[in-house]
Design a protein around this ligand. Structure first.
Ligand code: F0G
Length: 459
């Protein structure tokens, strides 16, 4: 008999979690203004709000923390981290930051100016925020296939080369760089193929534009290249990662995802002038260039995390758990962005709460319903997150409306996946009873989804 698949680790420390009653959750929903970012974590049974900073560190990472060098300048921990990043990416210049959006802030302070245009594949919301707050524009060049959630495509995160070339041809003088997000979070944790990265690189060379990778989940991207793209089955994750980064000029990184730490980020580049240009902003916003907002011990844990998470077994355990949850949803016929991506399930709210009008935010309503059902917290990646057009101030209803359920790395077991799947099925079975959604009572001018206050529509 063939042995079944199991995790490539065992559990050494546990953290109790608690269930709640439906009555408690009804009350808490009112108190948080139907915005699950405002819940206390004790009010959550299974937390799928993000895979960012929520992973479990390994014994090796905890051991490395004891070796942290907390020197203000020139800490050994920084050089450990830098050596690891350079070994994996080939980028020689490294600036640590306290998280991914801080890396964006530091690098974009140097590279982005008013009126600039930055093409990419479904820029993440903080990336877009850091572009738009500088009165520049993010242009989404993701392939159209990504918009059809039921279409199977192995690399739905890809850049549409024709769309990108059009921007570069017509508005190239305003483009400081191209940014490709690997994996493409907003489109559903969808990978970008090596072939596509190569084609983007060729276009960038043709139009003399630098290429940046938003690399938050670069290792998951490498896993998909290995398992789905011809010619990569026998390459290691580290070889594939290096081949990807060889195509870019630099990267921004949220280490809270594929770095397997709870907090951290960095910029890495092969260009000395970028490093020199950005370092002043790093000192100003983050900290001196050898810590940039990170503790020495956290830099040591990150160095180990980057190494561990660029090994096949770790990634296989992680992504197969997400695929296990997806296979349960297939059993129940529940629509999500197909095929499932690396870090999360993206439920297609438009196809589930079909009676809720888009003006009443179906994915946010689905988020509320799933929490009400079982205390499971997901996160809307839809019309609320899409925010308003910076010029017209109209809601942006043009994209997809997802409820994202992220799976934290090395945290939950497949029993938890079964609970999540059953809770979604229960909501799905009563979907036609949900006819109204939510209305916005208060919103911030930028990145509104974190703090938005909502109320049931029609009340
Ligand atoms: N880029 C991508 C692709 C991301 O997914 C994130 C964060 C960032 C940049 C910013 O990094 O949080 O460290 O400042 N994504 C988290 C999420 C928040 O839930 O998807 P950060």
């Amino acid at each position: 008999m063939e042995l079944p698949f199991a995790e490539s680790w065992k559990i050494k420390m546990v953290e109790p979690i608690r269930k709640s009653t439906r009555e408690e959750r009804e009350q808490w929903l009112k108190e948080c203004d139907y915005n699950v970012f405002m819940l206390k974590s004790e009010q959550v049974y299974i937390d799928c709000i993000t895979d960012s900073g929520t992973g479990a560190m390994s014994d090796r990472q905890w051991a490395a923390m004891m070796m942290g060098d907390e020197s203000y300048a020139g800490a050994r921990s920084f050089f450990n981290l830098k050596e690891t990043i350079t070994r994996i990416t080939g980028f020689e210049y490294v600036l640590p930051t306290h998280q991914g959006r801080a890396a964006e802030n530091v690098l974009f302070s140097y590279l982005v100016h008013e009126g600039d245009i930055i093409p990419g594949n479904s820029h993440f919301d903080t990336t877009k925020g850091h572009i738009e707050s500088r009165k520049a524009f993010a242009v989404d060049c993701t392939i159209d296939e990504a918009k059809d959630t039921q279409l199977e495509h192995p690399f739905k995160g890809n850049v549409d080369i024709n769309k990108l070339e059009k921007v570069l041809k017509e508005q190239g003088d305003k483009v400081p760089f191209v940014i490709v997000t690997i994996t493409n979070n907003t489109a559903g944790g969808q990978p970008v193929s090596m072939q596509n990265l190569r084609e983007v690189n060729v276009l960038c060379e043709k139009y003399k534009k630098p290429l940046i990778f938003d690399s938050a989940r670069f290792a998951e991207n490498a896993y998909f290249i290995k398992t789905r793209e011809e010619g990569y089955a026998d390459k290691t994750i580290k070889e594939i990662a290096r081949e990807m980064f060889d195509l870019a000029d630099g990267m921004t990184m949220s280490s809270k995802k594929d770095g397997l730490v709870n907090m951290g980020g960095f910029i890495a580049t092969r260009h000395k002038d970028w490093y020199e240009g950005a370092k002043g902003f790093c000192i100003c916003f983050e900290g001196f260039v050898t810590y940039g907002g990170m503790n020495g011990r956290d830099m040591d844990a990150l160095a180990v995390g980057l190494d561990e998470n660029t090994e096949f077994d770790m990634l296989e355990t992680r992504i197969r758990q997400v695929q296990y949850l997806a296979s349960k949803l297939d059993e129940y016929g529940i629509p999500y962005q197909r095929p499932v991506g690396g870090h999360a399930i993206f439920l297609d709210a438009d196809k589930i709460l079909t009676e809720v009008p888009k003006e009443e935010f179906p994915a946010q309503m689905l988020t509320v319903e799933l929490y009400r059902e079982a205390g499971i917290r997901g996160c809307e990646i839809g019309y609320i997150l899409a925010d308003r057009d910076p010029v017209t101030r109209e809601n942006r209803f043009g994209g997809l409306d997802f409820l994202r359920l992220c799976i934290a790395r090395r945290v939950y077991t497949n029993n938890h996946m079964d609970v999540i799947a059953a809770a979604i099925k229960n909501v799905y079975d009563r979907r036609h009873e949900v006819k109204r959604g939510l209305k916005i009572v208060w919103e911030a001018p930028l990145l509104r989804h974190f703090t938005v206050k909502l109320a049931p529509a029609g009340e």
